[in-house]
Ligand binder design. Structure first.
Ligand code: KG4
Ligand code: ZN
Length: 338
């Protein structure tokens, strides 16, 4: 059987990335040009700055991805690109680069949903058995997704307000942590205790939706109140208390969905999937139900939790196999939904 090589682009936010993925599972090259330093002094991603950085590097990292994999365009079977959701200007750079490459080489084009990419990062680690359930947690999204096949997705739960990663970044700002704050808060959380007992929203609701804005406000109010009375709060306990509330809610709803939908595989995906507290908690709870069931668990390597083009190449392979190609009318769709 012929090997299928996909050259993939990802430029939806603040990383410009290219990758060559073989048969949807094997990374032959992966380049990630991060712009985080340029955004840090603004405390978040500045869309215009992001687009400019993407333009500056995208041609160069296309050549690097080919060189690193020892490939020429002749070895490539499809060109994949994230076309949404994300920042429109940022997405447009990747979409334009991919379309130009496809037009110049006559290699077919495949548009990929960024969230589908985060979930399919799992495919780079292990074989997904279907039906699968994914908890996709990133800076822009917090969703529970049911997968009937590699291309058939149903969102069963979503955030009503802030995404989990966004909440990490916002409370990080209050604690003086550079954007993106998730990793530092996670580290601090392991050095403190859940002494503040922040609210766990929507636990009693019988659906799979999330809400993190109440937790964020409770956290900010606690810090402001302490400031007013010149009280110094322990940053490690604050981080531990915040993380305990986030992980409690994510784990509770995920475990309930696992019990109801009985998937064969559980997948954790998105930038917040790098959270060690969340990984430990889910592994522990799933180990308990696995005393009589066998639920396969796939958590991508930490490096592949954040935005990268390899996950886009993995998802694109599934679309390739299903014959779902795009044409040159492909356009950036900032609010694309699965
Ligand atoms: O998936 P991603 O790279 O970009 C989006 O598609 O949004 O996710 C970035 C988010 C940021 O909010 C960042 O703070 C968060 O992932 N993050 C973490 C950790 N590492 C990154 N959040 C919690 N714990 C972590 N270890
Ligand atoms: Zn992402």
């Amino acid at each position: 059987q012929k090997n299928i090589r996909i050259l993939a682009y990802e430029s939806s936010c603040d990383e410009t990335s290219t990758s060559i993925v073989k048969n949807g599972t094997e990374i032959e090259s992966l380049i990630i040009a991060t712009q985080i330093k340029s955004h840090q002094r603004f405390g978040g991603v500045v869309p215009e700055v992001a687009s400019r950085h993407h333009i500056e590097v995208i041609t160069q990292i296309t050549k690097e991805a080919l060189a690193q994999a020892n490939c020429t365009w002749k070895d490539i079977d499809a060109i994949a690109v994230t076309y949404g959701p994300g920042l429109v200007g940022a997405l447009l750079i990747g979409v334009s680069a991919a379309k130009a490459a496809s037009m110049a080489t006559n290699i077919p084009l495949i548009g990929v949903d960024h969230i589908m990419g985060h979930i399919m990062a799992a495919q780079l680690k292990d074989t997904i058995e279907y039906p699968a359930l994914a908890l996709q947690v990133s800076g822009g999204h917090t969703e529970l997704v049911l997968l009937k096949s590699p291309i058939d997705f149903e969102i069963i739960g979503d955030t009503r307000d802030d995404a989990a990663g966004e909440a990490y970044d916002k409370i990080g700002r209050v604690l003086g942590v550079n954007y993106p704050a998730g990793k530092t808060i996670d580290t601090w959380a392991h050095q403190g205790q859940d002494t503040f007992k922040f609210p766990r929203a929507m636990l009693e609701d019988y659906d799979y939706d999330f809400s993190f804005s109440g937790l964020k406000s409770a956290f900010i109010n606690t810090c402001h109140h302490a400031d007013q009375i010149n009280q110094k709060l322990d940053k490690y306990d604050l981080a531990a208390s915040f993380q305990a509330a986030v992980v409690d809610v994510l784990a509770y709803k995920t475990m309930r969905a696992i019990k109801e939908f009985k998937p064969k595989t559980f997948i954790l995906g998105g930038g917040v999937a790098a959270n060690l507290g969340l990984r430990e908690r889910l592994n522990r709870e799933i180990a308990v139900i696995n005393q009589d069931h066998h639920l396969k668990v796939i958590m991508p390597d930490l490096k592949l939790c954040g935005d990268n083009a390899a996950m886009i190449g993995a998802a694109a392979y599934n679309l390739y196999v299903a014959g779902q190609f795009s044409d040159l009318n492909l356009n950036a769709d900032p609010s694309l939904e699965l």
